[in-house]
Ligand binder design. Structure first.
Ligand SMILES: *Cc1c(COP(=O)(O)O)cnc(C)c1O
Length: 369
C-alpha cells in the first residue's frame, strides 16, 4: 500500500450528534463532493445512523448515487443544471432546488409529464449574490408552482465564519422578509433553512427548521482564526491521511532537492520520499507542512511533485523504507493537521480534504497511529 485516507465514521457521528444537539432543529448533512473527500455513501450512512434528517448534495449525479446505494432519507440537490433529467430526479424522490423562474417552469413541465409533483426548495439570494432568486422574486406567482410542491425555502451566508460582521444580520433579516412573502402566498408548512456549520456554531437565531452542516460534521473548524480550532469547538477531525515511505536515504550537506533546486540540505541528513503529490491533492505550494514519522515532525524539503515529495527526516532518524507516516490527522499526537496544511498552502481546510484524489483509497476505521 502506498497511501490511504483513514476515515473515522464514529467521529462523523459524534460531530453530527453534537451539532444537532446544539442546533436543536433538524439537520441536513452535506455530503457533496464525495462527502468533502471522505466518501459519499459511507459518510451518508453514518450521518443517517447518527440522526441526520436530510442529506444535501450539489449535483444531481450525487443524489442519484445515494438513491442507487439504497438510501431513502430525503435528499436535496441544489445545483441541478438546466436540461437535466428532472423526471428521473422526481421519480427518485430527490428534492430539487430552484433559483429562477426558468428552473420552476422546467421542473413543473417534468412533473406534469411524469404525473408526479416535484418537491422543490426555493433558494433565495439574501446578500451573497451567488445562487438564489433576486430580481425575479417579485414576479413569482401561483402559475409557476402549480405543478410542483414547495417544501422548503433556503439561503446561504457569505460571512458566517465572521459572526460579528453586519452582513450576517442583514442576510438574516432579508431571509425573514422573503419567507414572509412566500407565507403570504399561502405556503406556510415549509422547511426554512439558512445556517451552514459556522452559523450553526455561532448564531442560534438563524437555525430556523433545519441547519445544513458540512465542514463541522467532518470535525474541522469553519475558520480556525475566528471560531477556534476543532479541539476548541469540541469537534473530532475524521480524516487521517497517511503514506508509506517509498525510500529513505542519507544525503550530504549542501545538495539541491527537487525541481527547481528551491532548497538545499543544510547539513548531512536522512531524507524520505513520500509517494503522494499534487495528483493526489497535496498542494504544490505547501511549504511549512510535512509528516509525522517515528514520534517527530519531518518538514517538506523542496517542491512537491506530481506523485512524490521529499521530507527531511533528520540525521538521527531511524525511519526505514516502508514505514507509515502521517501527513495529517487530528493533531493529538503532534502530527500536522489539515489546518496546518491549509495555512501553509494559503487555502482552507475544506480544500485540503476535498481535493484528496481518487488514487487514494478511503479506509473506514478508528484512527490508527
Ligand atoms: C457546502 C454548503 C453547505 C455546508 O457548508 P459548511 O461551511 O461546510 O458547513 C451548506 N449549504 C450549502 C448550500 C452549501 O453549498
Amino acid at each position: 500500500m502506498r497511501a490511504e485516507a483513514i476515515v473515522d465514521l464514529d467521529a462523523i457521528k459524534f460531530n453530527l450528534q453534537l451539532l444537532k444537539k446544539q442546533a436543536g432543529v433538524q439537520v441536513l448533512a452535506v455530503v457533496k463532493a464525495d462527502a468533502y473527500g471522505h466518501g459519499l455513501v459511507p459518510v451518508a450512512k453514518a450521518a443517517i445512523s447518527a440522526g441526520a434528517d436530510y442529506l444535501g448534495v450539489a449535483l444531481l449525479e450525487e443524489a442519484v448515487a445515494l438513491r442507487e446505494a439504497g438510501i431513502t432519507t430525503p435528499i436535496l440537490a441544489w445545483l441541478v443544471q438546466p436540461g437535466s433529467d428532472f423526471e428521473s430526479a422526481i421519480s427518485l424522490d430527490i428534492d430539487l432546488s430552484a433559483a429562477s423562474l426558468r428552473a420552476l417552469t422546467e421542473i413543473g413541465a417534468a412533473s406534469k409529464r411524469l404525473g408526479k409533483r416535484a418537491r422543490v426548495h426555493l433558494e433565495v439570494d439574501t446578500g451573497m449574490t451567488r445562487g438564489g432568486f433576486l430580481s425575479e422574486w417579485s414576479q413569482l406567482d401561483a402559475e409557476h408552482v402549480a405543478e410542483i410542491e414547495i417544501v422548503g425555502i433556503y439561503s446561504h451566508f457569505a460571512r458566517a465564519d465572521e459572526p460579528q460582521e453586519e452582513q450576517n444580520q442583514q442576510q438574516l433579516l432579508r431571509f425573514k422578509e422573503m419567507v414572509s412573502t412566500l407565507e403570504s402566498f399561502g405556503f406556510t408548512n415549509i422547511i426554512k433553512h439558512l445556517s451552514n456549520s459556522a452559523a450553526t456554531l455561532t448564531n442560534h437565531a438563524a437555525a430556523f427548521d433545519m441547519v445544513r452542516i458540512g465542514i463541522a460534521m467532518y470535525g474541522l473548524s469553519p475558520d480556525v482564526q475566528t471560531l477556534g480550532t476543532s479541539q476548541e469547538l469540541g469537534l473530532r477531525p475524521a480524516m487521517q491521511l497517511r503514506a508509506a515511505l517509498y525510500l529513505v536515504k542519507d544525503v550530504p550537506a549542501g545538495v539541491p532537492v527537487g525541481y527547481g533546486a528551491t532548497e538545499y540540505t543544510k547539513s548531512d541528513t536522512t531524507l524520505g520520499v513520500v509517494t503522494m503529490g499534487y495528483a493526489d491533492g497535496i498542494p504544490r505550494v505547501a511549504r511549512a507542512a510535512g509528516i509525522w514519522c517515528a514520534g517527530k515532525r519531518a518538514p517538506i524539503i523542496g517542491r512537491v511533485s506530481m506523485d512524490q515529495f521529499v521530507v527531511d527526516l533528520g540525521s538521527d532518524s531511524k525511519a526505514k523504507s516502508g514505514d507509515w507516516v502521517t501527513l495529517f490527522g487530528n493533531g493529538s499526537h503532534g502530527e500536522f493537521t489539515a489546518d496546518d496544511w491549509a495555512a501553509t498552502s494559503s487555502t482552507i481546510n475544506y480544500e485540503i480534504v476535498t481535493r484528496i484524489g481518487p488514487r487514494v483509497p478511503r479506509i473506514y476505521s478508528a484512527h490508527v497511529y
